[in-house]
Design a protein around this ligand. Structure first.
Ligand code: MN
Length: 129
């Protein structure tokens, strides 16, 4: 399956470009924002099939943004993958416990990254009410 729209929320241009390039090569469509605030707007307007959420962002952080999206009935069904720079303070279990649907560390490993994107797209978002 390809062609799904994926929203990349990431303030680092190099990381954003890498995610965009690898996703587009695989046939996904992408939109991007550098801040959580802009990302929330794009998510509501464009209803992406998946969101990649950097945790450390200027202004609102990625965990807060994820919780806002999950609290909003218009965006709660969109699955969200946490992208964390540090493996020290954040780990998969902690991020999933916060409410994320998937998890990847930076720098991303292309194979693991694409596998996680596909897995989460197939599993869908958290449908708990
Ligand atoms: Mn960042």
């Amino acid at each position: 399956m390809a062609g799904e729209l994926i929203l990349i929320i990431e303030d680092n241009e190099k990381n954003r470009r890498l995610a965009r390039d690898v996703l587009q090569v695989k046939g996904y469509r992408t939109i991007e924002s550098e801040t959580a605030e802009e990302g929330l707007k794009l998510a509501a307007e464009q209803a992406p099939a998946l969101i990649l959420m950097d945790i450390q962002l200027p202004g609102m952080d990625g965990i807060t943004a994820m919780k806002r999206l999950k609290a909003d009935r218009n965006t709660r069904s969109i699955p969200i993958i946490a992208i964390t720079a540090s493996a020290m303070t954040n780990n998969r279990q902690a991020m999933l416990a916060e409410g994320f649907d998937g998890y990847q560390t930076k720098p991303i490993s292309l194979k693991d990254f694409l596998r996680e994107v596909q897995r989460v797209l197939l599993a869908g978002g958290n449908s708990e009410e």
